[in-house]
Design a protein around this ligand. Structure first.
Ligand SMILES: O=C(CO)[C@H](O)[C@H](O)COP(=O)(O)O
Ligand SMILES: [Fe+2]
Length: 227
């Protein structure tokens, strides 16, 4: 029996003036994970928030905090994000020359570790890291902003990475442009965690549960038999 598809709303699309309330709302609306996008204005052309904000929203939910670091360098900040309440920390393979060292630093904090690949980065980059990973995140937009369109040319890479994972207990997450139309394509190719920002938060709090359920239903209906 394969693991269920998990939906990870990205708080990048939340109302930042009431982030605690927004986190409670997506928790109540059925989010499996809370996806937290950290941007530094250097690795990506946008700035979001750091560990202090993560720490401030942590008491608002017990759900799994999936922290996506779009920063360079990564290593000096691993401990701060771990102590702020991350359950999993992922970072970009493009962010530095020593990904094994960063994975070890995350594991040393007792946290799950993930690697992220930009749309133009080949699947083979994860191969040397497979034994140290809890999650692989494939970007389906260029990182930096919410509300962009899904890049369809990433779909074959999702299937390639699913094949590389084999029987290993590694989650395969996609991030960017996920909707009721595109999430099923990613799930069919092999993704089992779907990040969705604008597609979850559109319509305001009364729409969150319906938005999450619609993405989940579409992805579950299309999922491949890859596990
Ligand atoms: O990492 C990200 C951007 O770099 C976000 O997680 C992603 O863009 C989610 O937003 P949307 O679903 O609106 O595309
Ligand atoms: Fe993200």
């Amino acid at each position: 029996m394969s693991a269920p598809i998990r939906i990870a709303p990205s708080i990048l699309s939340a109302d930042f003036s009431k982030l605690g309330e927004e986190v409670r709302a997506i928790d109540a609306a059925g989010a499996d994970w809370i996806h937290c996008d950290v941007m530094d204005g250097h690795f990506v052309p946008n700035i979001t928030f750091g560990p202090d904000v993560l720490k401030a929203i942590r008491p608002h939910t017990t759900k799994f905090f999936d922290v996506h670091l779009m920063i360079a360098p990564v290593d000096p900040y691993v401990e701060a994000f771990a102590k702020a309440g991350a359950d999993l920390i992922s970072f970009h393979v493009e962010a530095g020359p020593h990904p094994h060292r960063t994975l070890q630093a995350i594991k040393a904090q007792g946290k799950q570790a993930g690697i992220v690949l930009n749309p133009g980065t080949p699947a083979a980059m994860v191969e040397p890291l497979l034994d140290d990973l809890d999650l692989i995140l494939l970007m389906t937009v260029n990182p930096g902003f919410g509300g962009q369109s899904f890049i369809h040319s990433v779909l074959p890479k999702i299937a390639q990475v699913r094949a590389l994972i084999g029987e290993r207990p590694i989650s395969l997450e996609i991030d960017g442009g996920a909707t009721v139309e595109t999430a099923p394509l990613a799930a069919k190719a092999g993704a089992d965690v779907i990040v969705a920002g604008s597609a979850v938060f559109k319509g305001g709090p009364s729409a969150y549960a319906g938005n999450i359920a619609a993405i989940r239903k579409a992805a579950e209906a299309a999922r491949g038999d890859w596990v």
